[in-house]
Design a binder for this molecule. Structure first.
Ligand code: SF4
Ligand code: SF4
Length: 364
C-alpha cells in the first residue's frame, strides 16, 4: 500500500481562546448554586444589595469604593476582610468598587464597620454617584497630560456624601482621561485633558527615535509632513491644520504636546453606554480650558459639583444626565448651571462638515 495513503492527516489545531476567563469558578458558592435563578432583589440600604433566589437562598452584597491603583498591602487587607466575612470571595465592578458577597444578614453590619474603619466608604449603589472610572495617569502610562487617580481622589473627597447616599435622580457615572485620544469612555460627566497648542518638536531626537511614516500616518488631519531640519531628517507640522489632539506624541515622544501651561482640562457631559430609557449617547463639551492644577484640581471640582447640584435639583426621577439635558435643551442647561457658553465649545473641526450636513439645522 502506498505509504502516503497510510499516514493519518494531522489533527487540526484547536483555536486557543485568550479572551475573558470563565468566571463561574470564582463566584461565591451561593452565586454559582443559584446562577440565573434569582427571584428578586432589593437594596436594604445604600451600598448593600440583597438577592433572594427561588431556592430560598439569600445573599447580601456590600459595595465599597477603592482607589483602584492599590499597593500590595491594601490588596492583602481587602483579602483578609473577604476571608473574615465573605468566605474569601470578592469581585470588582467596572468603576473599581470592591464587592463582598455574604451569606448571613448578621454579617453585613460588622463588614461595613470594618471596611469604613479602614477608610473604604460603603455606597455606590442605586441612584448615587458611583466611583469614578479612571485611566492610568502618571503612574503607569507614558503619554498622560495629567494624573487620573489624583483627580479622582480630589473629586471623590468632595463627592463622598453623594457616593454614600442614593439621592440623585438616576445613577451618575463619572470618568477621567489623562490624554485626549485613548482610554476613558462615555460618562454622565467626564474630565478629559485638552491640549491647546500644537506639539513642540525636538528635531535632534526625531531621526533617532521616530519612525517618520508611522507618525505622518497617525495624524487624523494630515498636518504632519517629512522635512529636513539642520541637515537631519525630521518632521514639520502645519499648525493651521493641527487640532492639538496629541495622537502623534505616543509614536514620537520628541513631538512633545504636554505643557504645564497649555495642557488644560475640559468637562464633557451627557454620555452613557446603557440602553435603558434611551439609546446610548455621546458626551458634549461644556467647560474648556480649566487649569491642570495638581494636586487637588479645585477648578475642576467646582464645575463638576455645580453641574451635579443643578442636575440633582432639576432632573425628574430616573432621568439620566443626557435625558435631563434633552428635555430642557442646551440653552437652559447653560443658564441653569451658569457655565459660560464660549466659542471653544463649538465643534469647528473641518471634518465635522459631514456631521453638520446630516442635520437640517446647520448646512454649509
Ligand atoms: S487616557 Fe491616555 S494618557 Fe491616560 S492612561 Fe489612557 S492612554 Fe494613557
Ligand atoms: S497633535 Fe494631532 S492634529 Fe496635531 S499634528 Fe499631532 S496628530 Fe496631527
Amino acid at each position: 500500500m502506498n505509504q502516503a495513503v497510510q499516514e493519518k492527516p494531522a489533527a487540526k489545531r484547536k483555536p486557543k481562546e485568550t479572551g475573558v476567563p470563565d468566571n463561574k469558578k470564582y463566584l461565591h458558592p451561593l452565586m454559582s448554586k443559584n446562577y440565573g435563578k434569582w427571584k428578586y432583589h432589593d437594596r436594604p440600604r445604600p451600598g448593600v444589595l440583597h438577592h433572594v433566589a427561588h431556592s430560598g437562598d439569600q445573599i447580601w452584597t456590600v459595595r465599597a469604593g477603592t482607589q483602584r491603583q492599590m499597593d500590595v498591602g491594601t490588596i492583602r487587607l481587602l483579602c483578609d476582610i473577604a476571608d473574615k466575612y465573605a468566605e474569601g470571595h470578592v469581585r470588582f465592578t467596572i468603576r473599581s468598587n470592591i464587592e463582598y458577597m455574604v451569606s448571613k444578614a448578621e454579617k453585613v453590619d460588622p463588614l461595613i464597620a470594618e471596611l469604613e474603619k479602614h477608610g473604604f466608604p460603603v455606597g455606590g449603589t442605586g441612584n448615587s454617584v458611583s466611583m469614578i472610572a479612571h485611566t492610568q495617569g502618571w503612574l503607569h502610562c507614558d503619554i498622560p497630560g495629567t494624573d487620573a487617580s489624583g483627580v479622582v481622589k480630589a473629586l471623590m473627597d468632595e463627592l463622598i456624601v453623594e457616593f454614600k447616599r442614593e439621592e440623585m435622580p438616576n445613577r451618575v457615572h463619572l470618568s477621567t482621561s489623562c490624554c485626549e485620544i485613548n482610554c476613558g469612555g462615555q460618562a454622565d460627566i467626564a474630565i478629559i485633558v485638552q491640549h491647546t497648542k500644537p506639539p513642540v518638536i525636538n528635531h535632534d531626537l526625531v531621526a533617532n527615535v521616530c519612525e517618520r511614516p508611522t507618525v505622518v500616518a497617525r495624524c487624523p488631519v494630515a498636518a504632519i509632513r517629512p522635512a529636513m531640519v539642520n541637515g537631519k531628517p525630521s518632521l514639520e507640522i502645519d499648525e493651521t491644520k493641527c487640532m492639538c489632539c496629541g495622537a502623534c506624541y505616543p509614536p514620537c515622544p520628541p513631538m512633545q504636546i504636554n505643557d504645564p501651561e497649555y495642557s488644560k482640562l475640559a468637562i464633557w457631559v451627557g454620555g452613557k453606554n446603557s440602553n435603558a430609557r434611551g439609546k446610548p449617547t455621546f458626551m458634549k463639551m461644556v467647560a474648556s480650558g480649566l487649569p491642570n492644577n495638581a494636586p487637588r484640581w479645585p477648578e475642576v471640582s467646582a464645575v463638576v459639583k455645580q453641574i451635579l447640584h443643578v442636575y440633582k435639583e432639576d432632573a425628574r426621577p430616573w432621568e439620566r444626565m443626557a435625558d435631563w439635558i434633552d428635555r430642557i435643551g442646551w440653552p437652559r442647561f447653560f443658564e441653569k448651571t451658569e457655565l459660560p457658553f464660549t466659542k471653544y465649545l463649538i465643534d469647528d473641526w473641518r471634518g465635522s462638515r459631514s456631521t453638520f450636513n446630516a442635520s437640517t439645522h446647520i448646512r454649509f
